[in-house]
Ligand binder design. Structure first.
Ligand code: NAP
Length: 286
């Protein structure tokens, strides 16, 4: 049971994040849904409350747009003012293969939201997480990291933009962020681990064009072969709650088991360089 535990889930109004929030609420946690759109968040909160029954914990909505560093900062200010502790932070929100767009601060959208927004969020909440130790940070990545590279000469896709590459790069950045952060968190009582959820039936594919004629077939295939959001949320829930992973640091999980990563996701030099550049990009001065 999670009574007395506070958990932040980014992107909790849809897909894996919504299913994660629902289960943590069912286990009586105090769940903060960090969402960018109040209306969508309220609709999801209502649905979650309806399906979790009267014995549930507490559900709170707070606005967070990861495509705006200003929004990330004001979300964190509110958390630091109002929350005495954070037990679990789940960096779940994500955007997939969108056309070339920029965040409010001029970053390529997938790199900006999936990596940089969460990078700033985690850093601004780190002291509170340390004060709340033992506490956990969970990073939702993707197996598609395998097709990414941290191309330091064009991190912001100013020379070329390939939407599939940019997604994979952002998910590789999630893993390298986990690696470098785990090093920094040694002996603090805060752990960070990543996960890859598998292929899950969610709204993630909203920017992917599927011709009208193929759509019914695609929908059928997705019902047959993709995981449900509830199944896709299992590893996030496991990392948030299970005593099995107490003290486990800097690993990646799939289906609630440790997953071996390619060398590109365990390269400490690249992880450190990406960290340092990310600090500059989001304007953290430490
Ligand atoms: N589905 C899969 O097969 C799969 C596979 C591997 C990894 N993943 C990862 O799983 C995570 C969850 O994705 P999902 O599949 O559940 O997709 P989803 O249903 O599209 O949910 C994504 C969530 O992220 C939020 N989000 C997007 N941009 C945001 C921003 N700028 N600020 C704040 N929130 C933002 C969305 O909010 P709105 O609803 O307001 O847009 C939504 O709540 C992602 O990190 C994704 O990369 C998914």
């Amino acid at each position: 049971m999670l009574r007395g535990k506070t958990i932040i889930v980014t992107g909790a109004n849809s897909g894996i994040g919504k299913a994660t929030a629902a289960e943590l609420l069912r286990r009586q946690g105090r769940v903060i849904m960090a969402c960018r759109d109040r209306e969508r968040a309220e609709k999801a909160a209502l649905e979650i409350q309806q399906e979790t029954g009267p014995d549930r914990g507490e559900l709170v909505i707070k606005l967070l747009d990861l495509a705006s560093l200003k929004s990330v900062r004001s979300f964190c200010e509110e958390i630091l003012k109002e929350e005495p502790k954070i037990d679990v932070l789940i960096n779940n929100a994500g955007i997939y293969q969108c056309p070339y767009t920029q965040t409010e601060d001029g970053f390529e959208m997938q790199f900006g939201v999936n990596h940089l927004g969460h990078f700033l969020l985690t850093n601004l909440l780190l002291d509170l997480l340390k004060r709340s130790a033992p506490s956990r940070i969970i990073v939702v990545s993707s197996k598609l990291y395998k097709y990414g590279e941290i191309n330091f000469d064009d991190l912001n896709s100013e020379k070329t933009y390939d939407k599939a590459f940019a997604y994979s790069r952002s998910k590789l950045a999630n893993l390298l962020f986990t690696l470098e952060l785990s090093r920094k968190l040694e002996e603090t009582g805060v752990t960070v681990n990543a996960l890859t959820p598998g292929i899950v039936r969610t709204n993630l594919g909203r920017h992917v064009y599927i011709p009208m004629l193929v759509k019914p077939l695609f929908n059928l295939a997705s019902w047959a072969f993709f995981k449900s959001p509830e199944a896709g949320a299992q590893t996030s829930i496991y990392l948030a709650c299970s005593p099995d992973v107490e003290g486990v640091q800097g690993k990646c999980f799939a289906n609630c088991q440790e997953e071996q990563l390619l060398d590109k996701a365990t390269d400490e030099e690249v992880a450190k360089r990406l960290w340092d550049i990310s600090e500059v990009l989001v304007g953290i001065t430490t």
